[in-house]
Design a protein around this ligand. Structure first.
Ligand code: FES
Ligand code: FES
Length: 161
């Protein structure tokens, strides 16, 4: 009978707060977020980095959390959907999603809000092609992408100064 995997202590900066967890070093970030820290906003879909619903920001860049070990995120500033509204752009994107009715079942929505926030923080006035490219990793089986594009336009206009 073999021993279970050795746990390591990780310090993860999540939504501005350092959180310490004991984790198998191979455990993907999403399981730490959801099962250890109770942050259930990021969704587990494919688990294969092919659908986008598990997206978080890591040092301002969109990162998928379902396959990359949590240990890889040590030292980075992680922002989950629970913390996205504390960022000016994140709050604008959330408002824009509501205004555009850009969610149907909502399963993909957290990942899309994170991704759109990451896009607009680095490119405040994306072309439609740039938006399409940024959102390509994000699947929506409800077909809400046209309204997500509209939300991007609304958020970009609202934050245009
Ligand atoms: S669950 Fe991470 S990309 Fe699908
Ligand atoms: S709103 Fe249902 S999967 Fe996107």
């Amino acid at each position: 009978m073999g021993a279970g995997p050795a746990l390591v202590s990780l310090t993860l900066n999540i939504n501005g707060t350092d959180r310490v967890v004991d984790s198998d070093p191979d455990t993907p970030l999403i399981f730490v977020l959801r099962d250890e820290l109770g942050l259930k906003g990021a969704k587990l879909g494919c688990g294969l980095e092919q659908c986008g619903c598990c997206a978080v920001l890591a040092d301002g860049e969109v990162a998928l959390s379902c396959a990359t070990p949590a240990a890889v995120f040590e030292g980075k500033e992680i922002v989950t959907i629970e913390g996205i509204g504390a960022r000016a752009m994140g709050a604008a994107v959330q408002d824009a999603f509501v205004a555009a009715s850009a969610a149907q079942c909502g399963y993909c929505t957290a990942g899309l809000v994170v991704a759109v926030t990451g896009l607009l923080e680095t490119n405040p006035a994306p072309t439609r092609d740039e938006t399409a490219e940024a959102l390509t990793p994000h699947l929506c089986r409800c077909g809400s992408h046209p309204r997500v594009f509209r939300a991007v336009e609304i958020a970009a206009a609202a934050t245009d100064r």
